[in-house]
Design a protein around this ligand. Sequence first.
Ligand SMILES: Cc1ncc(COP(=O)(O)OP(=O)(O)O)c(N)n1
Ligand code: TZP
Ligand code: MG
Length: 398
Amino acid sequence: MKLIAISHPEFILNEAERINALFRDGLLRLHLRKPGGDIADLNRLLGKIDPEFYPKIALHHHHELAAQYGLTRLHFPEKLRNDTPETMFQKLKNAGFQLSTSIHDIEQLSELSSAFDYTFLGPVFDSITKKGYQRIVNDDFCLKEDQKTIKVIAIGGINHSNIHKIKQMNFDGAAVLGAIWNSEASDFQFLKIHKLQFISNQTAGLSHLESIKLALTAGCRWIQLRVKNQPENEVLEIAIAAKELCDSYAARLIINDFPHVVKAVNAYGLHLGLNDMQISEAREIVGYNMIIGGTANTFEDVLLRINEGADYIGLGPFRFTTTKQNLSPILGLDGYRVLMQKLSEQKLSIPIIAIGGILPDDVAEILATGIHGVAMSSALIQSKETKETVQKLEEILC
Ligand SMILES: Cc1ncc(COP(=O)(O)OP(=O)(O)O)c(N)n1
Ligand SMILES: Cc1ncsc1CCOP(=O)(O)O
Ligand SMILES: [Mg+2]
């Protein structure tokens, strides 16, 4: 499911730094929405955002700034859409812009220009930021496929505890505002779990560090160092170099299997398997704020991981792979569907990362099950155009 962040409606303290941090935490799309905001203030804010993130920003107002910053995503709030001729939408689309808009009534869906890629529809819950702005649907609402002339993103009052309902309502994604900006420590922890994770591997022609460099230059910003069958002191040596490499790309480094190495190199996180140390025990080594992911193969494993306090779950294998030995039973798309359905019925939500033999062409279907993201190793290492592959994957995952 797409997860889109909407900026705070006003200019806030350290906003550019907070936006940069959200992108570094894995955000794939931000809508810059400052209703009534001054163009000079917006210009200043954009100037402080890392240019690496401009392709991920959609601009709501002062579209004239798009050219200056090379922004290619424009949002048309309702009034601006009504004031803009259809020929202009087609012209912008033909020029390569991605267009989005907002509606507040399902009936409007059929009237929208085909030039739009997606629309926000809401509020789906009572808004957190706009007090007294009542929701337009009930909990049992379900968007029909034939109503979706374009992708429909739910907006309004979405937070960590109700986001599972968005999928049940058959929306294509969720746009979040209040839950990000109005809480001290964001209750949107799962924004921190990247949707595209690279798993390092050593192959005939490539060392772990070379595989990591390949993924980083292609644009991956979540790297798992997964060294098997080597003693801890050798893993530590590789981890020190991997951390330096990841830092130079502002990427997150997760280390598989070795909590003491995580602690020693101050990595971003640790990944533990079902036969590894318990998450609670590992927390005593790596600290309580460290990201810890846990492997699961069944629904019972997922419940166990949630109870253990995992930050994300690596669920697999999706299909057979030679990257890992002693594979657990293969889940396939149906396995993911059944498991995600059970989670949704129990109103449980945790970022789930699919893993195992995943190819770029699998990702859209995997995502449609409600899975948060994917971890890949061989598909990226063996890709002939890794950068293009990563770009395409990010488009699908956003
Ligand atoms: C994201 C992710 N998911 C699952 C795994 C598998 O971890 P584990 O079960 O510990 O097996 P090994 O990777 O150690 O062989 C993973 N590494 N990453
Ligand atoms: C670590 C791991 N756990 C389950 S499958 C797997 C390997 C993932 O690599 P690939 O994407 O090459 O199958
Ligand atoms: Mg392991």
